[in-house]
Unconditional design. Structure first.
Length: 230
């Protein structure tokens, strides 16, 4: 299975504090059947999370080395979770931020961002040939209608929701909204958004979707191989 959204790179954002914490979470994810993990530190100017690609790569190389030494059979990838602002397209062009892989970019917005601005941002990215994945879509107050999500997917966005929100840990309204999305096959990825050591909801979310919908749909979402296609 694949986890496209984690904060397991120490020292750069509000994620793990050190390598030991990162390793413990990777072990936990691996024990749940996850063998592809994307490490996605924030790039978020307003919170001063602005670590450079070279800095992230240096820390990431050390993390990969430690994972290899422990013989954990997991593939790690470095990207960013990018807070979309007026400079995002320029930052992508100047390689100040990283895609997950194959031009897929994990994008977040203000929880109060307007539907219009989100739609415009996705349109602008797609017009440049980028493949935007909207992180934790259940958080955005103005994306509460299925039609809005359908439009975003139609113009080229992919949709990620957090595993704990599938189970209702993000509130009943989020769980209800995610259930509607799942019924209409509007979810492309479930991810952990792991920041620290705590109960991991990934496999529980898988079992929930398998039971409420189907094993086929659960497998498609939790092991979405399309991200590896160019």
């Amino acid at each position: 299975m694949i986890d496209i959204h984690t904060h397991l790179l120490p020292f750069v954002d509000d994620g793990v504090d050190d390598f030991d914490e990162s390793i413990e979470i990777i072990k936990s994810l691996f024990s749940q059947g996850i063998n592809h993990i994307f490490v996605t530190p924030h790039y978020y100017r307003n919170r001063n999370y602005l670590s450079s690609v070279s800095e992230n790569n240096k820390i990431f190389s050390e993390l990969k080395s430690k994972v290899k030494d422990l013989s954990i059979d997991v593939s790690l990838y470095l990207g960013n979770e990018i807070y979309y602002d007026k400079d995002t397209l320029k930052n992508i062009e100047n390689q100040m931020v990283l895609p997950l892989i194959n031009n897929y970019y994990l994008i977040e917005f203000s929880i109060n961002e307007s539907t219009y601005n989100i739609t415009e941002a996705i349109h602008n990215m797609v017009s440049k040939g980028y493949k935007p994945i909207i992180a934790h879509v259940e958080r955005y107050k103005n994306l509460s209608k299925l039609e809005d999500i359908k439009v975003l997917r139609k113009i080229g966005a992919l949709i990620q929701v957090n595993a704990y929100a599938v189970l209702g840990r993000g509130g009943f309204s989020s769980k209800r909204f995610i259930k509607k999305l799942l019924k209409k096959n509007l979810v492309d990825f479930i991810a952990t958004d792991s920041h620290a050591i705590h109960e991991n909801h990934f496999i529980k979310a898988y079992k929930y979707i398998e039971k409420k919908f189907s094993q086929e749909q659960a497998n498609e979402i939790f092991n979405n191989q399309n991200i590896f296609k160019k």
